[in-house]
Design a protein around this ligand. Structure first.
Ligand code: GDP
Length: 424
């Protein structure tokens, strides 16, 4: 059974919590794209953890965690995260890294920083984790796969080929210091020694796991609207965030049986780009301080997240592109302070009402069409049975389900693992 857990929106939907919850029954949890550029916040018996690269099954001693070939592998960052998890008392951590995963080089991070600086006001709002330079090099075929670390001659020849081009850019475009071959080789040797115990032929691992009918969870990072093909390009990320990329980035020769798309009960979005249902000023401030487990601030950067009304247009598109078989709604508890809850049900574009998501330039020209639903005005975090929710809260979930067209199977009413209710 292969199940993907992916974001329906701009990321930060609460996928980490849902993966941690579902991982208690999973044999394998795999990260299939992205790097340490975003974070999942998980609150369980080990306290609060922000995971950036580690799969969210890492807390479960029976779950094997896999870093798939589609991931941007920052080796020092992975090891640091592993140490911090062990320091919390997590024992018997089971982790393997694909021998085909590519390595985030120190110069990827450097180029990311230098380019954002060069762009000044036109910058993309990169987290400066090296993602764009990393994925550019992967597709330009000048990246380093993990297995290449173990062939010294190959490694040296490759560095000799790559360095002149990198140094030309560094010196002449960015007016920075050139890289030295010796330093780079030393770093790669350190990486090789550190990652060696985790390296695995994950294609073979998944071939066997599928034959044995193992329960496999594919854990997405960010969400549909950050996908480089289907999202708000160029305010997107550099790897595909959609479930159909999951098997590719994992090393699975089989598609997903089930796709769980996670969405928040309102919208949140970090960084630049069009955001049609955005709140401003006091409305935004009120929601931001109440959202998530400790306000809507990025797990990676601490940046305040932009927040707004639930966007039916973006989410319907989001779940469709994810080919979601079910939806989990998180953060329903957060809306308990509102007398009335605005929901964006359509966009107005050039005087016309539209129901379909559109391209980035058109999105900038859209304004939200808002419908208002009655609030429930109470704290719902202690409720454990969906049927015990106030009728206004159930009505809100029904309304959204009707608009997005996919069953909302579970509703999360707090950041803790047990604050979740099955609906259908
Ligand atoms: P992810 O990257 O999709 O895993 O999302 P993040 O972890 O970046 O952001 C989701 C935020 O919502 C985190 O602060 C979670 O602890 C929090 N969270 C998840 N589910 C709920 C919920 O149902 N209610 C509340 N209040 N917070 C939640």
């Amino acid at each position: 059974m292969i199940k993907a857990i992916v974001g329906a929106n701009w990321g930060d939907e609460g996928k980490g919590k849902i993966t941690d919850y579902l991982a208690t029954h999973a044999d394998i949890v795999v990260r299939f794209q992205g790097g340490n550029n975003a974070g999942h916040t998980i609150i369980n018996e080990y306290g609060k953890s922000a995971l950036h690269l580690l799969p969210s099954g890492i807390f479960n001693p029976n779950t094997l965690n896999v870093i798939g070939n589609g991931v941007a592998l920052n080796i020092p960052s992975l090891l640091e995260e592993l140490e911090s998890i062990k320091a919390k008392g997590v024992e018997n951590v089971k982790l393997v890294v694909s021998d085909r995963a590519q390595i985030v080089m120190p110069y990827h991070i450097l180029f990311d920083e230098l380019e954002e600086k060069r762009l000044e006001k036109a910058q993309f709002g990169s987290t400066k984790s090296g993602m764009a330079p990393f994925y550019s090099d992967k597709y330009a075929k000048i990246g380093f796969q993990v297995n290449e670390l173990f062939d010294e001659k190959w490694l040296e020849e490759k560095i000799d080929r790559i360095l002149p081009a990198k140094n030309t850019l560094l010196v002449h475009l960015y007016h920075a210091e050139p890289l030295s071959k010796e330093n780079l080789l030393n770093t790669l040797h350190e990486y090789r020694d550190a990652i060696a115990p985790y390296v695995c032929d994950t294609v073979k691992l998944f071939k066997d796991a599928v034959i044995e009918n193992k329960e496999i969870l594919l854990e997405g990072q960010l969400g549909t609207l950050r996908d480089p093909d289907f999202g708000i390009y160029p305010y997107s990320t550099s790897s595909n965030t959609i479930s159909s990329y999951g098997p590719i980035g994992s090393g699975l020769a089989k598609g997903c049986d089930n796709v769980v798309a996670v969405t928040k009960a309102y919208s949140s979005c970090v960084g630049a780009g069009p955001f049609v249902s955005e709140f401003f000023d006091q409305d935004a401030h009120e929601l931001r301080i109440r959202g998530g487990d400790a306000g809507e601030f990025g797990a990676k950067t601490g940046r305040p997240r932009r927040v707004g009304a639930f966007d039916c247009v973006a989410t319907r598109y989001g779940v469709q592109i994810q080919s979601a078989t079910e939806v989990v709604m998180t953060n329903l508890d957060v809306l308990g302070y509102l007398d009335e809850i605005p929901v964006c049900v359509a966009y107005k574009h050039n005087g016309e009402i539209i129901y379909d998501f559109c391209n980035t330039q058109q999105l900038y020209e859209c304004t939200p069409v808002i419908e208002t639903l009655p609030g429930w005005k109470c704290d719902i975090r202690d409720i454990t049975d969906y049927h015990d929710l106030p009728k206004e809260a159930k009505n809100y979930v029904d309304f959204i389900e009707k608009h997005i067209g996919v069953t909302i199977s579970m509703v999360s009413n707090g950041p803790k693992r047990n604050q979740i209710m099955k609906r259908k």
